[in-house]
Design a protein around this ligand. Sequence first.
Ligand SMILES: *Cc1c(COP(=O)(O)O)cnc(C)c1O
Length: 415
Amino acid sequence: MFEHLKKSDSEVYEIVKKEYRRQEECLELIASENFASYPVLEAASSFFTNKYAEGYPGKRYYGGCGPCDEIERTAQERCRKLFNAEHANVQPHSGTQANMAVYFSVLSPGDTIMGMHLSHGGHLSHGHPTSFSGRYFHTVPIELDRRTGMIDYDVVNRLAEKTKPKLIVAGASAYSRIIDFKKFREICDHVGAYLMSDIAHIAGLVVAGLHPSPFPHSDFVTTTTHKTLRGPRGGLAMCRKEFAELLDKNIFPGIQGGPFMHIIAAKAVAFGEAMKPEFRLYQEQIVKNSKALAEGLIEEKFNLVSGGTDNHMILVDLRNKGIKGNLAQYILEEAGITSNKNSIPNDTEKPFITSGIRLGTPAVTTRGMKEAQMKQIAVFISRAINSADNKEALKEIKKEVRKMTDTFPIYGWTE
Ligand SMILES: *Cc1c(COP(=O)(O)O)cnc(C)c1O
């Protein structure tokens, strides 16, 4: 692999190699990341990258789209089957694009949307003021219950009654509990709102039946393809049949130009992988690992938002450890552990500082790690946080991390 790049552009080649080494040698605990398979990587770097195919299968604005039609139809069909969706659009370049297309399909600027607040688990594209979603739409943020750290559906219902949103977003980037799409549907019906479920983080769990499906409750379902779903970097937008034409039109020509056909090919490959029985076992192990890591952290006297996890993710409240999220992220990186600082509910620190870190198990599970390694990782994290100003101790942890990652290679690429 990369023999041509190596020959023609050693500068870029060396940087690619650095990134490869980083992935192999560190413990990847960022909850939104994963390692796509070689078949997915090959499809993503295939000859389809050269092709313009504006439009949809059978209705293109360019010639020579035969194979593009075939690959996009294959991706659509697999996607519908996988998620039990009436209609699937596989063209969104990212999760944010998928959300934008849905908003533009049924909302006008100034309409009200309701979604989880960024520091209560929501995503920027759910109405944050710095995102297009908060600039074009009036947004009502949902906050988590202060006591439980979970969604209180009665509070959501009352907030919806009072603010009359036209669309409610059910979905999160930092929420470690089950999301009750049926309850969100009831609230939407009560106030006459559309329901868009954003399953970017949990798509893999949904496919494997380990998290309740957003269908048939949702009008629209959006997701990324690169998180628990373990495909290429990209997005998907699905909907009930009645919205199909509207949604397609709002992706192209609404907000995008030519589709990334190479990524659509890679999405098709990832969907194929997700249909196999091994994928279900993989998702089960993600959740088992997440619970084991949570238990390990609790044993090390860490406080977890909501007290634990039902999915692939853990949100750690660091306030009792006397360390801010940004410093914790830095310290862990010094010890070979990659994570991200994250706001916790009612955080008094700014989003660039934060009082928490978010951890997830999809990536370490892909490399074959199990509960025993999670317990060990919890101890690594605890030792690192307690050695914040001890460079030698962090170096020693990094060595032990390296021993562990060497035992669980991902790609095993050799020059
Ligand atoms: C990751 C994420 C997205 C956006 O994904 P991008 O591909 O980075 O645009 C949208 N919604 C949620 C809930 C996410 O977690």
